[in-house]
Design a protein around this ligand. Structure first.
Ligand code: PEP
Ligand code: MN
Length: 338
């Protein structure tokens, strides 16, 4: 429920109403604007009716939030959220590229790859230490040693870093090393993990599940926000369809649609979205053109030898060319490449 107060309502009125909202077991929100104060009441709307807020002399209007996701919805938060990711900001007028290998394989591989992406202008390094693989026989990641390498290499180059967390028990350790959590496609509806990430204040890059609807993604984000962490970045990474020519079908419809429905930043991962390195550049440009706030791109210093996702990884030269080609697309969409 969104409660718009009249211009002459004082802070004391707002506090009194917020206390009444909280006393009913609902989540109260205070959102002062330039002209009006807006309050939010999140929870069971049948309970909210008991407050009869429409008849309060200092309440101008009471509107239901129609979307099933409340905190994530633009109805309650009309302006774009900007998430602070250490060296970079995600959202607003920025177009941010996060790049690095699928998996942290060794210190040498990370130094070579990170050095190149940094030179190409990247501020945020990626690399998986815990890899959720389809086959139990595939490389599963270096675990904590991978986190150490990722953090050390990012520090040496004055970069921020992001990495995937695959289970609740790893949230605390990943939090010590990374500037943001990646919650992967396979865990998008791991609700206990989402709640645990909601208890942190570090940004969460939440990837769309490969069989998840856009509404499912927004409801997954709601779990994180409802626990108190507002720093969520949504990521379209392709969905499974009947098409087998590409690894996934990159659903770029999701970008402008989510922008309409939610205030959260939206990034696109054209590496997993296509599975083929020759499609990564064209789809990265398409993502910039349709209004994405940035990209997550897999880059490897030697893709032929990569322990995971080599086929979709750009080499460092290809990545450097792409960074230069992206700039006019970001600019045309009204964003600054960073
Ligand atoms: C990844 O980023 O390497 C990854 C595993 O992504 P996703 O969860 O989108 O499959
Ligand atoms: Mn990968």
């Amino acid at each position: 429920m969104i409660i718009v107060l009249k211009p002459d309502a004082t802070k004391a009125t707002a506090d009194e109403l917020l206390a009444r909202i909280e006393a009913l077991g609902l989540k109260p929100l205070y959102m002062p604007g330039a002209e009006r104060v807006v309050l939010g009441a999140i929870g069971d709307e049948r309970v909210i009716d008991q407050l009869h807020l429409e008849s309060h002399p200092l309440v101008e209007s009471v509107q239901r939030i129609l979307a099933p996701y409340k905190l994530v919805s633009r109805e309650i938060h009309p302006h774009d959220t900007i998430v602070d990711l250490g060296r970079a900001q995600i959202g607003g007028g920025h177009f941010t590229v996060i790049a690095g290998p699928c998996a942290v394989e060794s210190r040498d591989q990370m130094q070579r790859t990170a050095g190149a992406v940094k030179l190409a202008g990247v501020l945020v390094l990626r690399g998986g230490a815990y890899k959720p693989r389809t086959s139990p026989y595939s490389f599963q990641g270096l675990g904590q040693e991978g986190l150490e390498i990722l953090r050390d290499v990012a520090h040496e180059l004055d970069m921020s870093c992001v990495t995937e967390v695959v289970e609740v028990g790893d949230v605390a350790v990943v939090e010590q090393y990374a500037d943001a959590f990646q919650c992967g496609a396979r865990n998008m509806q791991n609700f206990r993990l989402l709640r645990a990430l909601g208890q942190s204040r570090k940004p969460v890059i939440l990837k769309r599940g490969m069989a998840a609807k856009i509404e499912d993604l927004l409801l997954a984000a709601e779990y994180v926000l409802a626990e108190g962490n507002p720093n969520v970045i949504l990521c379209e990474r392709g969905i499974q369809t009947f098409e087998t020519a590409t690894r996934n079908t990159l659903d770029l419809n999701a970008v402008p649609l989510i922008k309409q429905k939610s205030h959260l930043p939206v990034m696109v991962d054209p590496s997993h979205g296509t599975g083929l390195r020759e499609l990564v550049g064209p789809m990265a440009k398409a993502a910039a053109a349709c209004g994405a706030d940035g990209l997550l791109i897999e880059v490897h210093c030697d893709p032929e030898k990569a322990l995971s996702d080599g086929r979709q990884s750009l080499d460092t030269k290809q990545f450097d060319v792409l960074m230069r080609e992206l700039e006019p697309f970001a600019r045309a969409a009204g964003k600054r490449l960073q």
